[in-house]
Design a protein around this ligand. Structure first.
Ligand code: ZN
Length: 343
């Protein structure tokens, strides 16, 4: 990574154009088919890169334009999972969703995102980041009829994720991020095997690795859950000490407008911090100064060379103009603080 301070990034997803998928909807069905869909996804990815460029985002992602959902799209490409045979399960103890069933040994017969990542690589000279679901979040978005053990299935997924991650690295990805919102919910499992499974997924990678732990998209089930968490959200307090001792390089966390006490960041001192300075649960666009202020506060707990200004979570469910506005505020807010640090 280049030497400039406060390189900006995003947690991952951006809204899709309305000609590609229904806007402001999770699991939105594609509006195109066949070759037109393949071409449409790539056009959308190009636009996502261009919008990040205009907003001075330094570490570029694909905006997740080629996937329907951050977990299920990966799972769909694996064998051993039956997508016809769906079951309704409770995701992260929070909301019900119809999910596929594991009916046999899971394996990855071919790369899932590697071609898309190679395409992203061609679109920009900036560092690129690619997000994969984490093992624990994968098993939480499934019904298992084969393994009979969440831990066992998580280890299988970790092995599969490691294969994919190594091929993404070879395709030129600079940062591989694992999305583990489940780490904010299943604390005992995080301690028992969650972090170990995550390290297994990242094993042997030479590029930087990140874990994204958030309070979810700004959808109603998440907003309702957050209302039950009280005035201080101390979930990170349980997981951060474990992650601090792990091999993972970067932690992507939520800060803006959330009730996470900023000083919890101290628990991961030494790691790079991808700091959520943009609230994805609100359509109000932050002012540049608001972003700058969040970053200034964070700098009490993270060294400037380790701070990566980012978003709380993905922006897929937001209207496009709102997401664009938020990206712009992130870029300009980071620039304000960069100038302060230089003076
Ligand atoms: Zn998230």
């Amino acid at each position: 990574m280049s030497g400039a301070l406060l390189p900006t990034s995003t947690a991952g997803s951006l809204p899709k154009p309305s000609w590609l998928a229904e806007p402001e909807t999770l699991w939105s069905p594609w509006k195109l088919q066949g070759d037109a869909l393949v071409e449409g996804k790539r056009d959308a990815l190009r636009i996502a890169v261009q919008e990040q460029d205009h907003a001075a985002i330094d570490i570029v992602s694909d905006g997740e334009q080629t996937r329907q959902h951050f977990v299920t799209t990966f799972i769909e490409h694996l064998s051993g999972v039956d997508f016809e045979n769906r079951e309704t399960v409770r995701i992260r103890n929070r909301y019900d969703a119809s999910v596929p069933t594991v009916v046999g040994a899971v394996s990855r017969e071919k790369p899932v995102f590697v071609e898309d990542a190679a395409f992203l690589r061609q679109q920009t000279d900036k560092p690129i980041k690619w997000a994969l679901p984490g093992p624990m979040t994968m098993i939480d978005t499934l019904h298992d009829r084969h393994y009979g053990s969440r831990e066992k299935l998580a280890w299988e997924f970790a092995t599969i994720l490691n294969q994919e991650a190594k091929e993404l690295e070879a395709a030129g990805v600079d940062i591989i991020q694992f999305d583990e919102p489940s780490f904010n919910v299943f604390f005992d499992e995080v301690q028992d095997w969650g972090v170990a499974a995550l390290e297994r997924a990242a094993e042997g990678l030479r590029v930087e690795t990140a874990v994204h732990i958030c309070y979810g998209y700004g959808i109603k089930a998440n907003t309702d859950w957050k209302a039950t968490l009280g005035s201080e959200w101390r979930q990170y307090e349980q997981t951060f000490p474990l992650i601090q001792r792990s091999t993972i390089d970067i932690v992507s966390l939520e800060c803006q407008h959330s009730h996470v006490p900023m000083d919890l960041i101290e628990l991961i001192r030494g790691k790079k911090v991808m700091l959520g300075a943009i609230d994805v649960a609100s359509e109000t666009v932050e002012s540049d100064e608001e972003v700058a202020d969040t970053l200034r506060k964070a700098l009490e707990f993270v060294d400037a060379e380790n701070l990566i200004p980012s978003t709380n979570c993905g922006m897929a469910p937001l209207p496009r103009h709102v997401a664009r506005g938020k990206l712009g505020a992130l870029g300009r807010g980071a620039e304000i603080v960069r100038r302060e640090l230089a003076s």
